[in-house]
Ligand binder design. Structure first.
Ligand code: CA
Length: 227
């Protein structure tokens, strides 16, 4: 998943970010509501979840949450609130947050809540993605081609996921990189080529129908075979 983490406490933010990184998520970190809005403007509506601390310098998390919902950002939001701040939690849910977690929390719980949130909007996540005889289940992280299990590395899986979410569209290497790595990943394009080669070896080479197409000078496209 691609996650926006909004938290001004550097130590906690660093811990959470590292934990999410290790689980294979791409994390952008904002230290204030304003920075969060910058990330959101840069990334469009491409985040799968926002982890939002209530206590922020300047505009607080509740205010940002309310603003996002008013501007029709529907990305799932997990609020981080202070202990015993019942009023915050009620206000947070009223402001349009999907869930909250009370500080201090165990990372495992944050991770579990995020998985639950990602499963919630059935139209975008949690539902198996399909193209021709290829199938990918984001919830279980499994992939099948022609009914056969295909074992993919973490980056391969995420590249395939982003291609499948945009069937028949050409995605530039930069666009793919944004989904798979953080923004600050230094020039990921060559690395993407390597991973796409590996994907093809596993997904396309053994089968007559080739699904991953190279668009010379532009990027890659996943063909559903219908166009
Ligand atoms: Ca804070």
């Amino acid at each position: 998943m691609r996650i926006l983490l909004v938290e001004d406490e550097a130590r906690l933010a660093g811990l959470v970010r590292r934990g999410l990184d290790e689980e294979g998520h791409a994390v952008d970190l904002a230290g204030s509501a304003e920075e969060a809005l910058d990330w959101l403007a840069a990334a469009g509506a491409e985040y799968d979840a926002i982890v939002l601390d209530v206590m922020l310098p300047g505009r607080d998390g509740l205010d940002l949450c309310r603003h996002l919902r008013q501007t029709r950002v529907s990305t799932p939001i997990l609020l981080l609130t202070a202990r015993d701040a019942v009023a915050d939690r009620v206000a947070g849910l009223d402001a349009g947050a999907d869930d909250y977690l009370v500080k201090p929390f165990a990372f495992a719980e944050l991770s579990a809540r995020l998985r639950a949130l990602a499963r919630r909007p059935a139209e975008t996540l949690g539902v198996a993605l399909e193209a021709a005889d290829l199938r990918l289940d984001p919830a279980t992280r499994r992939v099948w081609r022609a009914g056969q299990d295909v074992s993919l590395g973490n980056k391969e899986f995420r590249i395939l996921e982003v291609l499948l979410r945009h069937p028949n569209q050409v995605l530039t290497r930069a666009a793919i990189a944004e989904h798979v790595w953080d923004y600050d990943f230094p020039s990921a394009t060559n690395v993407i080529d390597v991973h796409v080669r590996a994907l093809r070896r596993k997904l396309d080479d053994p089968y007559p129908g080739k699904l991953i197409q190279t668009v010379r000078g532009v990027g890659y496209r996943l063909s559903t075979g219908e166009s």
